[in-house]
Design a protein around this ligand. Structure first.
Ligand SMILES: Cc1cc2nc3c(=O)[nH]c(=O)nc-3n(C[C@H](O)[C@H](O)[C@H](O)COP(=O)(O)OP(=O)(O)OC[C@H]3O[C@@H](n4cnc5c(N)ncnc54)[C@H](O)[C@@H]3O)c2cc1C
Length: 480
């Protein structure tokens, strides 16, 4: 079935946040754009859903900092209902010995001094180094990366020149930064802050704050600290390096983007998965949807996983051999597990009992670098960390639209889990000590919290001095 005669410039496959932003910019430039989204809702990994009656939360992506201020301004997202609030504290690390680190609100150095005066003294210089590098990255974020792989040397030459400009920016940093910290950017895919942090920090807790989100990597691995710089160069409401919450959850961001796109003239179709990209004479000229409808346009833009695009949506004959080989060999998958929890009341930490600003922070449950390393090695060996690294956020402490009065929701971002388990589902039964990454893991995760003095109803404290108050009513989970 071919739908006739609508003048359309661009068909955009995938209504995730990047697709919506792209569509809005193209429409603002005067093009006729149609977004085709497979699911019944746009937003991709940035959506809010009701996961238990009366309890809503972001389903995958759960906290804001990397949303480009320029995109917010250009698309007028605030005018389309977006409101972002900053966490009152950045991070809270309760430790099983009853101590804790609570960063942000101008008191980080004071907090660090509880563990090491030397580290507290070194902190301003350390932060300044990171900020200087983050500024370089911030300036690069809106530029396309140099592409020296496509076309002949005459195409590569200007791209190499652009690469040289990047080198010049880095060279403009002072010599200490170049040697001590620009090194990390140059081996950006290598070990970023490890040497720097070790040089500067006596105490594990300080390092942990920085290492908390190493995906699929142990804390000592080259490349693992990429996430550190990635996070430092974000910002919220003009505050560099800050993290925030979108009122209504991450879906509020993509809903505002969808409204901005529609206001610019974009047509958005949901429940409209694409099953094939049509290629004629070496050009993408349209798509066939899952329902069998053929749509044509002057250009097709894909905002989906490249493996899906090159291996399933495009005809094999249209994919260059080198690209096909790269896609065959490219391994992608997530080592994280996301879970939402409905709370009948706020958790209570023995390290810092009662309610307070610490409950608005990113709460990191991972008491040492060795613990993190073990979590990763466990996942390598068993498919699932028996004691995972958990970042918990309780967005309802900043946003009362997410849960019934007096109740709360928590996002748990857990590491590590192998994207594919060798023994499951074919073998049916996990080896001793291994666990399946599904909803049942909620139990084992919550059990892990007991070490930190908080846990589900009826849980017993495991650590010395731990105190447990009941929480947890229902869970939803995604292994991604
Ligand atoms: C568990 C998790 C936690 C995260 N946490 C954070 C966080 O806290 N903060 C942060 O900034 N980032 C976070 N991220 C990253 C962030 O969510 C992603 O970078 C972002 O959502 C990517 O957006 P996208 O538009 O590129 O792709 P996606 O969001 O993946 O969107 C792709 C869209 O394409 C659609 N699609 C797929 N196939 C087809 C098809 N055949 N036809 C039509 N449509 C199709 C999908 O349904 C989807 O809507 C997280 C990601 C994950 C997975």
């Amino acid at each position: 079935m071919e739908t006739p005669a609508k003048k359309r410039d661009v068909l955009l496959i995938g209504g995730g946040h990047n697709g919506l932003v792209c569509a809005a910019y193209l429409a603002r430039a005067g093009l006729q754009v149609t977004v085709l989204e497979r699911r019944g809702v746009v937003g991709g990994a940035a959506v809010t859903e009701e996961f238990h009656p009366g309890f809503r939360n972001s389903v995958a992506s759960y906290t804001v900092s990397l949303l480009q201020p320029r995109v917010i301004d250009d698309l007028g997202l605030h005018g389309h209902g977006l409101r972002i609030v900053q966490r009152r504290r950045n991070n809270f690390l309760p430790l099983p010995d009853g101590s804790y680190l609570l960063t942000g609100a101008g008191r980080t150095a004071e907090e660090v001094a509880k563990f090491s005066r030397r580290d507290a003294g070194a902190l301003p210089a350390y932060e300044a180094r990171l900020d200087a590098i983050a500024d370089v990255l911030r300036a690069l974020a809106l530029q396309p990366p140099p592409n020296v792989t496509d076309g002949g040397w005459w195409k590569a030459l200007p791209e190499l020149l652009r690469g040289a400009k990047l080198g010049r920016r880095l060279h403009a940093l002072d010599e200490t930064l170049r040697q001590g910290t620009a090194g990390p950017v140059l081996h950006f895919r290598g070990r970023v802050p490890g040497p720097l942090v070790r040089e500067r920090s006596d105490q594990g807790a300080v390092r942990l704050r920085r290492h908390r989100r190493q995906l699929r990597q142990p804390p000592y691995a080259p490349g693992s600290a990429y996430v550190l710089l990635h996070h430092v160069f974000g910002e919220v409401n003009g505050v560099k390096g800050a993290w925030g919450h979108a009122i209504g959850g991450m879906g509020a961001i993509t809903q505002a983007m969808a409204r901005a796109a529609v206001a610019a003239g974009v047509e958005i179709r949901t429940d409209a998965g694409v099953r094939e990209v049509l290629v004629e004479h070496g050009r993408a000229v349209g798509v066939v949807t899952a329902a069998g409808e053929t749509l044509r346009a002057r250009a097709v833009v894909a905002n989906v996983n490249p493996k899906l695009l090159y291996q399933q949506l495009l005809p094999a004959t249209a994919v260059p051999a080198a690209t096909a080989e790269r896609m065959r060999n490219w391994r992608c998958g997530s080592g994280t597990f996301r879970m939402n929890v409905a709370l009948s009341r706020l958790p209570d930490f023995s390290a810092l009992p009662g309610e307070g600003d610490h409950l608005t922070a990113g709460i990191i449950l991972a008491p040492s670098l060795d613990y993190m390393d073990r979590a990763w090695r466990d996942a390598r060996e068993h498919g699932w960390s028996r004691e995972p690294i958990v970042e918990m956020l309780i967005p309802s402490t900043l946003d009362d639209s997410l849960a019934p009065p007096g109740m709360h929701v928590a996002s748990l971002f857990c590491q590590h889990v192998a994207p594919e388990l060798p023994w499951w589902p074919q073998l049916g039964r996990p080896p001793r000590g291994s666990r399946r990454p599904d909803g049942r893991h909620g139990g084992s995760l919550c059990a892990g919290f007991r070490r930190f003095g908080t846990g589900p109803a009826g849980a017993q404290p495991a650590g010395p001095g731990a105190r447990v108050r009941p929480w947890s009513a229902a869970t939803s989970s995604t292994a991604r």
